[in-house]
Write a protein that binds this ligand. Structure first.
Ligand code: SF4
Length: 134
């Protein structure tokens, strides 16, 4: 006789599709699930209750042109200083504030850039990843 059938005969109230889980009862599972829900809710409340801890775009550090990634992409915080010989793709008037990757608002002096996560770039800056905003 298969073990599941034998177990069902011994305890006909235990659903045969459930795996044996020691001496745990259904209330043990429910209470653990409830406790986990409470912990998740508490963490959510703590996160909401401390809005000062959120990182706002304006709080992000400014991208340093000497940062290795910035250097590799030819970033400068002043597009007027771009070396046109080194970066022939540069066109006059191109700047972060009219680049597709710029996430700041119109008029912002600095803003996040999707290329340099966690940093702000100068609205008047430029790098060779520049793509004109449509
Ligand atoms: S990708 Fe665009 S917004 Fe970002 S640094 Fe380069 S030119 Fe500026």
């Amino acid at each position: 006789m298969p073990w599941a059938d034998l177990r069902a005969r011994i305890n006909p109230y235990r659903p045969s599709g459930l795996a044996y889980q020691g001496d745990k009862t259904m209330s043990d599972h429910v209470s653990r699930r409830d406790a986990l829900k409470k912990v998740v809710l508490m963490l959510g409340v703590v996160a909401v209750a401390r809005p000062g801890q959120r990182v706002h775009a304006a709080d992000l550090p400014h991208l340093d042109p000497t940062d290795p990634t910035a250097k590799a992409l030819g970033y400068t915080s002043d597009a007027k200083t771009v070396d046109a010989k080194a970066f022939p793709q540069y066109k006059a008037g191109s700047a972060c504030n009219n680049c597709l990757q710029f996430q700041g608002k119109a008029g912002d002096a600095w803003g996040p850039c999707s290329i340099f996560a966690g940093k702000q770039v100068n609205a008047n800056g430029w790098c060779q990843v520049y793509v004109k905003k449509a």
